[in-house]
Design a protein around this ligand. Structure first.
Ligand code: NAP
Length: 301
């Protein structure tokens, strides 16, 4: 069975992906920035790396057939100038370190999957974004994701098959965007944000994980949007979450100036609109378990 080396294996997506891969009999090796989470089991083995100092334990490449790069500093922490650098560096310098290490070390890796984000698409209420679109967002996250994808494309120079997973907002039971949306609604102080017309392209964590497994097993390369077929507007989502929780939305929409004041530059995350298409992965044969937001809210809330 294949050995898959994963960065960011201890995060929200990584944990769920590792569980799915182990249950299918894959061996998982992972790179972590925290020595204390390193374990050494037959089918699950950790290795240390430090992007800031450029260190990587190259033993991680031994026996690995595939590399999946999920690591990245969370974007849900205040974007100070220093922290913006960390968001950027953890993704782009992380990819560059993996690339230069593979260039120098003997290895058996023949395919690479990099996480990416739909923030690469420009803010728009009307456009529907497919993978082919060349227009790039000039927002902070848009620029980070663009550089992150460019860093991922370098792996092609090594003759390594490369796949990019442009991920939408991941909805899960633990610590995801959904909890942040549901909490104020549960407390009776929920409201739509800004105009409420902005689209959120989301994906249930189980679909995201199964999509990774699908891409691995079908050996698909290129760029894929990882979003469910039916994006929702912020206003719709706020209403549906309230319905599911048996609450009412009594307050007017939170004005843009207040969100800017509260969140600083991070307001981009909640106010930008990306209506993203899932046609390409559906045409490849992937069937969504959770295509509809109502199913997700029933499952997760
Ligand atoms: N969750 C979403 O809604 C969403 C949406 C779009 C794209 N994505 C992308 O998908 C990837 C996985 O997302 P996630 O939600 O699983 O993220 P997460 O829960 O925040 O976990 C990311 C992992 O990255 C590693 N990491 C954190 N800070 C780091 C740093 N400064 N330098 C190097 N590594 C660091 C950590 O692993 P160690 O502690 O083991 O090193 C952490 O477990 C991320 O790159 C994210 O940008 C996620």
């Amino acid at each position: 069975m294949k050995t898959i080396l994963i960065t960011g294996a201890t995060g929200l997506v990584g944990r769920a992906l590792v569980k799915a891969l182990l249950s299918k009999g894959y061996v998982v090796h992972y790179l972590t920035t925290r020595k204390e989470v390193i374990v050494n089991q037959e089918n699950y083995k950790g290795f240390y790396w430090n992007i800031n100092s450029g260190f990587i334990d190259v033993n991680c490449f031994k026996e690995a057939d595939m590399l999946i790069h999920l690591a990245g500093a969370t974007v849900s922490k205040r974007w100070t100038k220093k922290y913006r650098k960390e968001i950027f560096k953890s993704r782009v310098a992380g990819s560059n370190l993996l690339f230069s290490s593979l260039q120098k070390s003997p290895h058996t890796i023949d395919s690479f999957i990099s996480a990416s984000g739909i923030s690469i698409f420009p803010n728009s209420l009307e456009k529907v974004y497919s993978e082919e679109l060349q227009e790039k967002s000039q927002s902070f996250l848009g620029r980070v994701v663009d550089k992150w994808e460019k860093a991922a494309h370098q792996f092609l120079e090594l003759g390594v098959k490369t796949t990019i997973v442009r991920t939408g907002v991941v909805l899960s039971k633990q610590n995801s965007a959904l909890q942040k949306i549901a909490k104020p609604i549960q407390m009776g102080i929920g409201a739509a944000l800004g105009s409420g017309k902005q689209f959120m392209s989301w994906i249930h964590i189980e679909d995201l994980v199964q999509m990774y497994v699908f891409l691995i097993e079908k050996e698909l390369t290129g760029t894929y949007n990882a979003v469910a077929p039916n994006p929702v507007t912020n206003k719709e989502l706020t209403k549906l979450v309230a319905q599911q929780l048996g609450k009412k939305i009594l307050l007017p929409n939170v004005p843009v100036f207040m969100l800017k004041l509260l969140l600083g530059q991070m307001h981009e995350i909640v106010l930008e609109s990306q209506r993203v298409s899932s046609e390409k992965i559906k045409k490849s044969g992937y069937q969504f378990r959770y295509p509809d937001i109502n199913m997700v809210l029933k499952d997760l809330l």
